[in-house]
Design a protein around this ligand. Structure first.
Ligand code: UT7
Length: 325
């Protein structure tokens, strides 16, 4: 049995259309100043009409495969993290497989809201550790703009679209050192989108189909800060590490204030944190692999660095991964 899986390539992709805070000022009662101060977000990207989650994932996956020097026929597993699939089925992994010209490998999606990429990474890591895969493509991609209520200022300012990808291969040395996953369904009513094929698409009291994100922002914020603080401790303790060992924190990009709180918990200065929230807001499952790719491509993240990835989202779900890049 091989001991570790290792990230051998990263990639990301954003749709072209930019929606700035100034644009949002024309849509809801808000201000650039409020959004920047309370969230750290400057702008977000919005998928074009007809552009889907898989459309965004294709270039991200190709970039990760190119960085890894891997051809499509080498990929023997696809795990696709998303909350906004193109359609009910086939799953986004299968649709991506077809678009990349990959034949006959297991391909499936994992849905754990903003934590979906960390969950997908954890699943793919286990396939590789057990010898059931030798070259895995792991995706986090979203078109969250499709489930945003653009008349609700408390959520419309937060979310955006994008895709990130990594390629994993077996290695004798770490690699992915440990992953830690949590869900507490007790909090299901704090962050949710209440429609689906089974429950149905019934109109609400205003006669609208409520196919959009509902969030008790302030409560979610407090639980996020607490849970991410706890998972940092859990991850360090599981590996007998002191917080000073971490070279980079690559957090879910939901809100700069949540990121700052986690960095504080790690006693880390913000220049050791990869922050991309200003450029594209909260892209849910895409956020962590896009931030990782940003750090790798601009040369900050180097081979051998010890990195803590973490995410938090609807479910509530949260998770972390400790990796030696
Ligand atoms: O990725 C999944 C996990 N999601 C998150 O981690 C998001 C967590 N939550 C948050 O990031 C923050 O709670 C928000 C950014 C959503 C809101 O920030 P907050 O500091 O928690 O604000 P609040 O909800 O307590 O609202 C404060 C005030 C309210 O006005 P009053 O009642 O004090 O008069 C809101 O009505 O800010 C008002 N407000 C706004 N004002 C201008 C809420 N949204 C806006 C807005 N523009 N867009």
């Amino acid at each position: 049995m091989l001991k570790y899986s290792r990230i051998v390539g990263t990639g990301s992709h954003l749709p072209e259309k930019v929606l700035t805070n100034k644009d949002l000022e024309q849509m809801v009662e808000t201000s650039d100043e409020w959004i920047r101060e309370r969230t750290g977000i400057g702008e977000r990207r919005i998928a074009a009409k007809g552009e889907t989650t898989v459309d965004l994932a294709v270039p991200a996956a190709r970039r990760a495969m190119q960085a890894a020097g891997v051809d499509p026929d080498e990929i023997d597993l696809i795990v696709f993290g998303t909350t906004t699939p193109d359609q009910v089925f086939p799953n986004c992994g299968a649709l991506l497989q077809d678009r990349l010209g990959i034949r006959n490998c297991p391909a499936f999606s994992v849905e754990a809201a903003c934590s979906s990429f960390i969950y997908a990474l954890s699943v793919a890591d286990k396939f590789i550790k057990l010898g059931d895969a030798k070259c895995a493509l792991v995706i986090g991609a979203e078109t969250l703009s499709r489930i945003v209520d653009w008349s609700d200022r408390s959520t419309a300012i937060l979310f955006g679209d994008g895709a990130g990808a990594v390629v994993l291969k077996p290695a004798d040395e770490a690699g992915i050192i440990s992953t830690h996953l949590h869900t507490d369904g007790f909090y299901k009513d704090l962050l949710y989108c209440p429609v689906g094929p089974s429950k149905g698409f019934h109109p609400d009291e205003q006669g609208r189909i409520p196919a959009y994100i509902h969030m008790a922002g302030n409560e979610v914020f407090k639980i996020a800060v607490k849970s991410l603080g706890a998972i940092v401790d859990e991850t360090l303790a599981a590996n007998g590490l002191d917080k000073s060992a971490i070279d980079w924190l690559i957090p879910h990009q939901a809100n700069i204030r949540i990121i700052q709180a986690t960095a504080k918990k790690l006693e880390m200065s913000m220049d050791k944190v990869i922050v991309t929230v200003e450029q594209h807001g909260n892209t849910s499952a895409a956020s962590v692999p896009m931030a990782l790719d940003a750090g790798v491509r601009d040369g900050r993240v180097k081979r051998g660095d010890l990195i803590l990835l973490e995410a938090f989202g609807g479910g509530l779900t949260w998770g972390s991964a400790l990796i030696r890049y």
